[in-house]
Design a protein around this ligand. Sequence first.
Ligand code: TRP
Length: 467
Amino acid sequence: MDTSTTPAGAEIGTPRDTWGSKFAFVLAAAGSAIGLGNIWGFPTVAGQNGGAAFLVVYLIAVAFIGAPVMLAELIIGRRTQRNPVGAFKALAPGSAWVVVGGLGVLTGVVILSFYTVIAGWTLAYVIKAITGAFTAGVDTEAMFTGVAGAALPAIGWHLVFMIITIAVVLGGVRDGIERWTKILMPALFVILLLLVARAVTLPGAGTGLEFYFKPDFSKITTTVVLAAIGQAFFSLSLGMGAMITYGSYISRKDDLVSSAAWVTGFDTMIAIMAGLIIFPTLFSAGLEPGTGGPGMVFVVLTSLLSTIPPAPWGGIVFGTLFFLLLAIAALTSSVSLMEVASAWLIDERKMPRKKAALIIGGVAFVLGIPSALANGAVGWLSSVPGIGMDFLSFLFMLFGQYSLVIGALLISVFIAWIWGTHNADAEVRSNDGNFPLGGLWTFLIRYVCPVAIMAILGSLLWPYIAR
Ligand code: TRP
């Protein structure tokens, strides 16, 4: 099938560009899920929220909230074969539910705008690594400021990464997205294993492991729980319709439940490994967790990579490999962010794929400029007055956490109470008649997901309402 021209405005059930196989879908969805959220986001948020206590809440959130919402999005996607806006239009014609899809498209564009800023840093670090900058004693803080803290490199790398993302999205689903992921996932896994081995054997690594694995439950607050749920959605690419869009390319022959389980499992494993790399290294270097903002992970990682013998080759070989793989992992994620809004323009506005990708990429590039300038280049963006954090972290909180949590809440309410779990059930069973753990899923999506999310949002908002 010609993959560059996804049929515009396909009716429910008509064939459309599909993944080569279930394995290919799992890889591509894992490619969307696994990215900066795992290696940059997870350790950053975990460090700010108490380490081990956060990890415990995170794992519970993934299992009981993330996984069921993942399945819900895949069901909606495969049922409607549409982008999120078209999907809600198809399942609830003439209703306000289409707004959920619209919110998803908007959220995707905003996340894309700062995602490519961070991803741009990984490209800059590839160059640093190749040129031998990662050697013992190097000032890794100054190195980060050199990359992210000056306007020209920050915006330049953001632009470069956006152009690469556009190029992949132009290639269409199968050629563009599928091909990359097959090589990337195993390679990333191997290099992460090597870095874990290096990190946990550093002198003083034990304190880091304790911070990461020995929970102090008194640290669990509603803020921590919300951060964990938000991080779970971000990491699993949920709450804005990315998995609706990817699910729309799954063939009717394939099994949705095991697909959702594999993607969730892979993604969580990579995040846990990232923590195993960052926290031992951080404590070994005598740094404080929870400080350093978006740059922390980069500073810590380069300190680790700089210790790998023999100098300078250890730093060159492992540094280049690591940041290259991280850049590709980020690319398979940024592609999925761009694909949601592009699919919307292609399906709903009947736009050619090329034009759609260029428009979304252009908008996200401009929108990302303040985030690119927020890490040292422009003072007030680096610590927004009245907000107490840098602009990039602020956008990450608003769109990378809150908006996804609200989106996921609405998606679960929709599938459980509006469209109906009997319809979802029929869609899951449409391949071989089975729905393993169907009863559990129905319970979680009907009661646990909406109630837990509403309780958390409510308790955060309550002080403002009651005032
Ligand atoms: N999950 C990706 C990561 O962890 C980021 C991402 C891609 C995403 N698509 C998404 C986040 C959709 C939220 C929604 O890096």
